[in-house]
Design a protein. Structure first.
Length: 178
């Protein structure tokens, strides 16, 4: 018996698909993420929702990706409307995050005076840590979600703010390592 075969005999049995899913969910809950509100709209109305699955994709051309559940209203909008904004929330904007996570009806979410329209027509939050306006260039479905890739049209940030983070079902902020 060779060493590889011996290692296979000693290996623990593979966990079930449900066990892997549960472990993955537990790990991802503890994966700190920046809190954003992604906004877009159609002639019949604007919409936004809290999203933590956002990442940069490319610097040439500048692009980012957001990941949305395929059952969400914003998902349907982004399949029809190419422009969207990623508003990176600042520390202290937990109420905005909660409102766009479903605690406030969609028709009432943009009532705060800090929401303005970008020249593309999408809503941006002036008090946010950062605002990135994009045009969808790809939509890649996978499992229960779709990865929307957006080419960056505009990007701004507010000096002196800290980003709002979410980890293990709570809002938090980063602190420099010692």
């Amino acid at each position: 018996m060779n060493p590889f075969q011996r290692a296979l005999e000693c290996a623990a049995p593979a966990p079930s698909a449900m066990a892997v899913r549960d472990r993955f969910l537990d790990v991802m809950r503890r994966f700190p993420a920046t809190v954003t509100v992604v906004t877009s709209g159609l002639p019949e109305g604007e919409h936004g929702m809290t999203v933590t699955a956002v990442t940069s994709v490319s610097m040439e051309p500048p692009a980012l990706a957001i990941c949305l559940n395929s059952t969400s209203w914003l998902h349907e909008i982004l399949l029809k409307q190419p422009e969207f904004a990623v508003n990176v929330l600042a520390a202290g904007q937990q109420e905005v995050a909660s409102a766009f996570a479903g605690k406030v009806p969609p028709a009432e979410r943009f009532q705060h005076p800090d929401w303005t329209h970008h020249t593309t027509g999408v809503r941006v939050l002036q008090g946010a840590h950062a605002r990135i306006v994009c045009r969808r260039v790809a939509a890649v479905p996978f499992g229960t979600h779709t990865l929307f890739i957006g080419e960056v049209l505009d990007a701004t940030h507010n000096e002196g703010t800290e980003p709002l983070l979410y980890e293990n079902a709570r809002y938090c902020v980063s602190r420099p390592a010692a």
